[in-house]
Ligand binder design. Structure first.
Ligand SMILES: Cc1ncc(COP(=O)(O)O)c(C=O)c1O
Length: 424
């Protein structure tokens, strides 16, 4: 593994201590054979695999601590509540937030963004207001806002992308204006890999009093996320893309905004007093967590965060930068393969979308699967971006902590084999 990557502070990071083989051994599924080949899992932007500690935490919760949270006075209820709230406190530390009341547990990034759309957008977006999105949004951070704009008579403005896959900020003064009520953008793109200048754009939007929503689904798993440095008002991400279980997501929001928002779901847990004439709501964060939450998965997410922290987020970023650089180099050796997104690894993450001029991405994915390699093919829930790129679909290899240069070599070899098979 090379040692030329740099962390956030620009200091070189030595990757000698990044023992990917040891990390791999912590993931039982990575020992699986798929179609007679060792599994090469390169679909991490869709979801990541789970280390043994996370799987064990799930089993342990159901075997020893299972009870509903917040309501019981018995020992198991206390244990369960303690585990659930421990994860919340851990998430707050992970993203550098001092107030745990601002950390809302949802079932995923999608639900987190919808919570803002319903809880904030419904009451604050008025006819003629402008909502600024980027051309690289996942449907999760696109469909809720476009639907809201249609309902409210608001206008969608978009920040275009350059041919290199960066945000094109040349006309930003005409896009973010006093009419802007909301800026919603991804911290990192799930298709292009681009890491966006969220702090800079948030500052600009705040000059006009707009609210800023950061979609961190592809950033929080891969780099240090410091909410205070980002300067956004809301930030959403999913546990399952960062070694945690499915069905758990996070919405961080500024207390003053959350306090003034209406709940998204109504029912048990989110109330203080209920009567026929009057209902009062619970304190933050429980005001937004109606009903029985996904307790065991939230409890197990704590172990995922610990696992990532034990490696170190800056080292994870450095590992992925080195590996992405290697992957970009290898893929560009194959004539005809077109890679989307920035070429410089400093401004991109480890999701690498590519196309072959003659072979459909679905065929690429099917062929690779026959060699034990899992990638994603399709529009990646980013149809507006696909249109901008002039593609119906792309193939996407996305890397994570357990991937190695040998995984990239396996991808390279299989792509060559595929081209031979298709007579290219
Ligand atoms: C950039 C981005 N935002 C949002 C989401 C939605 O995440 P989830 O499906 O976990 O809610 C994804 C999922 O791929 C994503 O890549």
């Amino acid at each position: 593994m090379s040692t030329d990557a740099a962390n956030k502070t620009g200091k070189p990071v030595t990757l000698d201590a990044f023992d990917t083989e040891r990390i791999k051994a912590d993931f039982p599924i990575l020992q699986e054979q798929i179609n007679g080949h060792r599994l090469v899992y390169l679909d991490n932007a869709a979801t990541t695999q789970k280390p043994r500690v996370v799987i064990n935490a799930l089993i342990e919760h159901y075997r020893k601590n299972n009870a509903n949270v917040h309501r019981g006075l018995h020992t198991l209820a206390e244990r369960s509540t303690e585990g659930f709230e421990r994860t919340r406190a851990h998430i707050a530390r992970f993203i550098n937030v001092p107030d745990t009341g601002e950390v809302i547990l949802t079932k995923g990034a999608t639900e987190a963004i919808n919570l803002v759309t319903y809880g904030w957008g419904e009451h604050n977006i008025k006819p003629g207001d402008e909502i600024v999105l980027t051309e690289m949004e996942h449907h999760a951070n696109f469909v809720p806002w476009v639907t809201l704009a249609q309902k409210k008579g608001a206008v969608i403005r978009r920040i275009p992308i350059t041919v290199c896959g960066h945000l094109d900020l040349s006309d930003i003064d005409k896009i973010i204006t006093p009419k802007t009520k909301l800026l919603a953008l991804c911290h990192a793109s799930n298709v292009l890999g681009t890491i966006n200048q969220v702090a800079e754009l948030a500052k600009r939007a705040h000059e006009f009093g707009a609210v800023v929503v950061g979609d961190g689904a592809q950033a929080a798993p891969h780099m240090t996320v410091d909410i205070q440095q980002l300067g956004v008002d809301f930030y959403a991400f999913s546990a399952h893309k960062m070694l945690g279980p499915t069905g758990v997501g996070v919405l961080w929001g500024r207390r003053e905004l959350l306090e003034n928002m209406t709940p998204f779901n109504y029912g048990g847990e989110m109330i203080r007093e209920v009567g026929y004439e009057r209902i009062t709501f619970n304190d933050l964060p429980w005001k937004f967590e109606a009903g029985t939450p996904n307790i065991a998965d939230v409890v197990a997410f704590d172990e995922a965060l610990t696992y990532l922290e034990d490696i170190g987020m800056d080292r994870i970023r450095a590992h992925e930068m080195a590996l992405t650089k290697y992957a970009l180099e290898r893929l560009s050796e194959i004539s005809g393969i077109e890679i989307q997104g920035p070429q410089d690894v400093e401004s991109r993450g480890a999701a690498i979308s590519f196309t072959d001029p003659t072979i459909h991405p679905h065929d690429i994915s099917t062929f690779l699967d026959s060699r034990g390699i899992a990638i994603r093919a399709g529009h990646h829930c980013a149809q507006p971006l696909m249109r901008t790129l002039g593609k119906v679909a792309t193939a996407r290899a996305s890397l994570y902590i357990y991937n190695t240069e040998s995984d990239i070599d396996a991808l390279y070899d299989a792509l060559l084999e595929m081209r031979k098979y298709f007579g290219v």
